[in-house]
Design a protein around this ligand. Structure first.
Ligand SMILES: CCCCCCCC/C=C\C/C=C/C(=O)SCCNC(=O)CCNC(=O)[C@H](O)C(C)(C)COP(=O)(O)OP(=O)(O)OC[C@H]1O[C@@H](n2cnc3c(N)ncnc32)[C@H](O)[C@@H]1OP(=O)(O)O
Length: 263
């Protein structure tokens, strides 16, 4: 792990930005047309992320589109962090809704192929990118809402946990949780801390030690998600919830986030 961290320290986001090149407005899947009215819309898309910004509300929808399962590969994580950084720097953007373009899957978590047979340099780069994704989401000064429209094991669950609020589709087939133990690995401490901060100590102990994957109703009962809604209402409910949060006077919903505010 020390070697991994040493390699990762050499890794710079700006370098990856340069390698990725500029975002194209015309790339992406045909089914992923922007959903906003033309006069309100600004959309940018990279190959794996679509960002639609509604300038009239300050709400951006960040849609993951990395088939088949939105696994968190190095390329995906790099595009994700760059997209979030751009929104963070955009003074007009006050809230981000994170969702998936893929049917049935929010995110399958870390891309298993990134962890198999790779050089130490690549592993360091990958691990740094995982940490950066988490830091950017968890430390964001924007309101972040996960619109969980599919299953979300392990690193996918971490992504959702790193948001301020989680709305999940009440589909009995979907599951969510930090199930690393069941995969024969131990969740890193910052995965654990993020879970503890959300569900409390005892629920996190059980969840992590047994590697539990929760159905949507169980995830709600445990506090892993905040709200269940019918599948076709996940995004609209996220949008309504965001509007309510952004209406809190003085932007105090942002200012009172204990993760980004020391006061
Ligand atoms: C290297 C440096 C770092 C070292 C340190 C590592 C320590 C890390 C310790 C802990 C943190 C780990 C966090 C993680 O996130 S680990 C990944 C955990 N995720 C999983 O195990 C998910 C496994 N996948 C599933 O459960 C299912 O695929 C599903 C529920 C997401 C979707 O089910 P279904 O719709 O039935 O699809 P398939 O199972 O048929 O899958 C389709 C296709 O996708 C491939 N695939 C699935 N998951 C992943 C994945 N995580 N990474 C890469 N590829 C994935 C699957 O193999 C199929 O591919 P195909 O056969 O080629 O079609």
């Amino acid at each position: 792990m020390a070697t991994l961290l040493k390699h990762s320290a050499k890794y710079a986001l700006s370098g990856r930005l340069a390698r990725l090149g500029v975002h194209s407005r015309h790339g992406g899947l045909q089914c992923l047309q922007p959903r906003l009215l033309p006069h309100q819309r600004s959309a940018s898309t990279s190959s794996k992320i679509l960002v639609e910004m509604d300038d009239s509300t300050g709400i951006a929808v960040l849609t993951m589109k990395n088939p088949p399962v939105n696994s968190l590969s190095l390329d995906f994580l790099t595009e994700f962090s760059i997209s979030l950084e751009k929104l963070e720097l955009d003074r007009g953007c006050r809230g981000v809704i994170l969702t998936s373009a893929l049917p049935k899957i929010f995110s399958a978590g870390l891309d298993i192929m990134e962890m198999y047979g790779k050089s130490p340099e690549h592993c360091g780069e990958f691990w740094k990118a995982v940490q950066e994704m988490w830091l950017r989401l968890y430390g964001s000064s924007m309101i972040t809402i996960a619109a969980i429209n599919g299953s979300s094991p392990a690193g996918g669950c971490l992504m959702a946990l790193a948001c301020d609020y989680r709305i999940m589709a009440e589909n009995p087939k979907y599951s969510i949780g930090l199930n690393e133990t069941q995969l024969g690995i131990v969740a890193p401490f910052w995965f654990k801390d993020t879970l503890v901060n959300t569900v409390g100590n005892r629920a996190a102990e059980l969840s992590l030690q047994l590697g539990l994957l929760y159905s949507a109703p169980d995830a709600l009962r445990t506090g892993l998600v905040d709200l269940l809604v019918p599948e076709d209402k996940v995004l609209s409910t996220a949008s309504q919830t965001m509007t309510q949060w952004l209406a809190i006077p003085g932007e105090n919903a942002i200012g009172s986030n204990p993760r980004v505010s020391s006061s």
